[in-house]
Each structure stands twice: as C-alpha cells, then as structure tokens.
Ligand binder design. Structure first.
Ligand SMILES: Nc1ncnc2c1ncn2[C@@H]1O[C@H](COP(=O)(O)OP(=O)(O)OP(=O)(O)O)[C@@H](O)[C@H]1O
Length: 435
C-alpha cells in the first residue's frame, strides 16, 4: 500500500487530531521538504498556525471537506497549492485528518489540455505563398522563443489570432497554456477581474474562494490580449505595471503574485492616432510594441487567394460531403478583382457559401455571394459621371471597410461629408455588406 501511495502525483498527509504529522507520501515530502520528516513535524510548522487551525477545525464542524488554495513559502520553492482536507472516520469515530496537496501548475496544465478544443496551430497553418506571408513565417520562427511582448497589427480577419497561436506553439512557451481574452468583448469592470482575478469577498457577487485571473492561468505560457486598443484607460495603467513588474495583484488581494507570462497583444485600430487623441497610453504602447508584426491585408497579397481557396474547398468537401475539384476561370477572376475588406475570414465565408450551392464538381461565378459577384469589371471604360461616382464610393469603402470609422475615412478620402456619403450610398444602393 505504501508503494502505491508513493506513486501518486498528489501529495498526501495524515495527521492526528492536533495536526501532528502521522504519515506522508513521497510527493508530499518533495513539495514540503525535509521538515515533514522531523519527529515533531506538524501542520502548524509546515503551513503556518492559522492555516493549520483552519484544517484542524474541520473536525467537529459540519463540513465534510475543506477545499482551499494556499501559497506557501516552502523550501526548496514557493508553492501554490490546492488543498483538500477530510476527517478520517472509522467505527471508533474521527481518528485524524487526511490532506491532499495538488500543485496549481499541474491543475492548470490539465485544464488547459482538456478545455481547449483548438488545434495546435503552427507556422505551417498560416497559408500563403506571397512575400509578406513568407516573411511572416520567418519572423514568427525567429521571435518565438523570446519573452518580449509582441504587438500584432492587421485588419479584421487577417489571422492575428492564428499568428499568436503559431508563435506560442513554435516557441519555448508551447508546453504552457495559451490563454486568449478579447478586451472589447467584455465590459471593463469585468475585464479587470478576468485579467487579474480576485480574492474571496473582494466585491459583492464575488465567487466564494476567489477566482484566478487570466494572467495567473497563463503562467508559464502565453496570454493573448486581443483588441487591446479597446481597453479602458485605467486598465491600461494596470497592465503597464504588470508588464513592467511581472507581478499581478488580485482584486482585494493583499500580496503580489509573480507571473511568468509571454504577452501577445493584437489590434486592428490605429494606436498612433489613438495616442494623439489621448485614448491610448503612449507608455503602454512602447511597452507592448517591442516586437511589432504587421499582417498585410489580403488585397495586397492576392497571390495567396488560390492556396487559401484550395484549402477551404478541401475543408468544406469533407464537412459538406461534397466533391468539388476545381474553380472556373471566371470564379478565380472575380475573387482576384474583389478587395476583401473582411480578409481571409471573408474569403473563407465566401467559399463556404459557394460550396453549399455547388451542384457539380466545380465552383462557378453564380455561386459567389452577390457582393463579390457584382464587382464592376474594371476593364469596362465608362465616362458616365454617376457610374464613376458609384465606383469610386464602392472602391473607397472596400478599401476602408464599412465600420463607422471606415466610412469616416472613406468620406475624407472622397472629399465629401459623412452625411453626403450616406446619402450617396443610399442613392446608389450600396449596402454595407457588399461595399
Ligand atoms: N494565412 C491564413 N491561412 C489560413 N487561415 C487563415 C489565414 N489567415 C486567416 N485565416 C483564418 O481566417 C479566420 C480569421 O482569422 P483570425 O481570427 O486569426 O483573424 P483576426 O485577425 O484575429 O480577426 P479579428 O481581428 O476579426 O479578431 C480564421 O478562421 C483563420 O484560421
């Protein structure tokens, strides 16, 4: 029995009713050091008297099990443990206490392995033959092992998250967790506790026992901060401090917790402009922009379209149980003429759409979404002012996108006011989706 218990990865200790150590397995000894084997070893000596009392008090209380997170300055290393303590009961009554010790690093690894349904994207999963993509591959490989902060810039759908995952999986961090958080998708009050966690009773509604934040969850791994441009100013200040000191403080926490995390941030916003307008902190910008990576929009690397299409066709052949083998020349031409404001994500959606409509073993123009199919043929020369105006507006919107910000830029570029742009869009029947 002893050999079996010694094989466990979990530390086990039993004590008498006063907390004196009776038995322990090898893992417990490894965690808590030699002190555990001395003849007067007790919970008080090993964990501190306050924690020992809390555990001993479980006997006589109605509680069946005490579950508690603990940080202990044990030798040889500082420990972060999850402890489960239970009274040992026989027919003669309560005889002692059994305590199980689990290291958080192991728990985190397990959670990460079984909760993530993402495939382990690698550099090879970033498809493309263009020069910008080839350069991107090289850059990822060369920066993957450092712990310097990376800032990935690129329009929506260019693959920023894909690149972040590839960096994580290529480098020294790949054994650790990859934790992603979208700073624009979470209300700012919640984002703070999501990032840094909180202690028991930190605020009304806080979960009993507290909660670990994403920084702690990403310890020894990568934290991906998506849409960092949307982070509230007070959090920007906190983030800067964490990046400088490499320690976090949980909300309501009394002590800092060291974190060893590689941070990769991403945004499609114009941070330089935001700095000029006082919306993004310059100091944080320099701190995160240590390694900048720019992903070119798809319209600037059209030679990638073919490889991407073939890949997506294969994928949807499997998913939709089809057997599409090729794209017609006209289909390929339309894809090249279009300017892909939604980038690779939009291309993927267009192929999914076409694959759903495909009846034979090829994809043709009719199967493309209207907005892409009806891109004006640039070769058709027209001197009609209305045609030219409509074309200019559509081209401009394709360039800048149809977000409010995009429309503002487009209006500026066209030399008209935003209200006029809306009016003209309506007049020419230009809708946001097809712009
Ligand atoms: N070069 C590429 N090769 C293969 N797939 C790609 C490539 N670029 C993007 N994708 C795919 O396009 C989709 C969008 O990518 P991702 O979510 O990484 O973009 P993003 O830039 O983070 O977008 P957003 O800014 O909107 O969050 C994903 O399904 C991704 O796998």
């Amino acid at each position: 029995m002893k050999s079996i218990i010694d094989c466990l990865e979990e530390g086990l200790i039993t004590t008498d009713l006063n907390g004196k150590i009776m038995h322990y397995n090898k893992t417990a000894q490894k965690l808590l050091g030699e002190a555990i084997s001395s003849s007067n070893a007790s919970l008080g000596l090993l964990l501190g008297s306050k924690r020992a009392d809390e555990i001993i008090n479980i006997v006589g209380s109605k509680q069946k099990v005490l579950e508690k997170e603990m940080r202990i300055d044990a030798k040889p290393e500082r420990l972060h443990l999850m402890i489960h303590a239970r009274p040992i009961t026989t027919e003669k009554g309560v005889q002692g206490i059994a305590i199980a010790l689990n290291q958080f690093t192991k728990i985190r690894r397990l959670v990460n392995r079984y909760s993530s349904n993402e495939t382990n994207y690698t550099v090879e999963d970033i498809l493309g033959v263009s020069k910008p993509i080839r350069q991107l591959h090289e850059k990822i490989k060369s920066i993957a092992s450092s712990n310097s902060t990376v800032l990935i810039r690129g329009e929506s759908g260019t693959g920023k998250e894909l690149v972040a995952r590839a960096i994580h999986n290529y480098g020294a961090w790949s054994q650790g967790p990859f934790v992603a958080i979208n700073c624009s998708a979470i209300p700012e009050s919640l984002l703070e506790s999501e990032l840094f966690g909180y202690e028991d009773g930190a605020f009304t509604g806080a979960r009993k026992g507290g909660k670990m934040g994403k920084f702690e969850l990403a310890d020894k791994g990568t934290l991906f901060l998506d849409e960092i441009g949307d982070m509230a100013q007070f959090l920007q200040v906190k983030l800067l401090r964490v990046l400088q000191e490499r320690r976090i403080e949980r909300i309501g926490g009394l002590y800092p917790i060291p974190v060893d995390v590689r941070v990769i941030a991403a945004t499609n916003r114009d941070l330089e402009k935001m700095i000029a307008q006082g919306e993004f902190r310059e100091d944080l910008y320099y701190r995160i922009n240590v390694i900048p990576i720019n992903i070119a929009p798809l319209r600037e690397r059209k030679e990638d379209i073919d490889v991407l299409c073939r890949y997506f066709i294969d994928e949807y052949n499997q998913q939709l149980n089809k057997d599409v083998k090729y794209m017609t020349e006209g289909f390929g031409k339309k894809l090249c003429e279009y300017s892909w404001p939604g980038n690779v994500r939009e291309l993927q959606n267009a192929i999914e759409y076409a694959m759903n409509l495909a009846a034979g073993d090829f994809l043709d123009v009719e199967q493309l979404p209207v907005g892409i199919r009806e891109v004006e043929d640039e070769d058709t020369v027209s001197f009609n002012l209305e045609v030219l105006e409509r074309r200019a507006i559509r081209r401009c919107l394709q360039q800048y996108g149809t977000t409010v910000e995009g429309k503002q830029k487009a209006a500026e570029e066209l030399g008209i006011g935003i209200a006029t742009l809306y009016r003209k869009m309506k007049r020419y029947g230009i809708k946001d989706v097809e712009a």
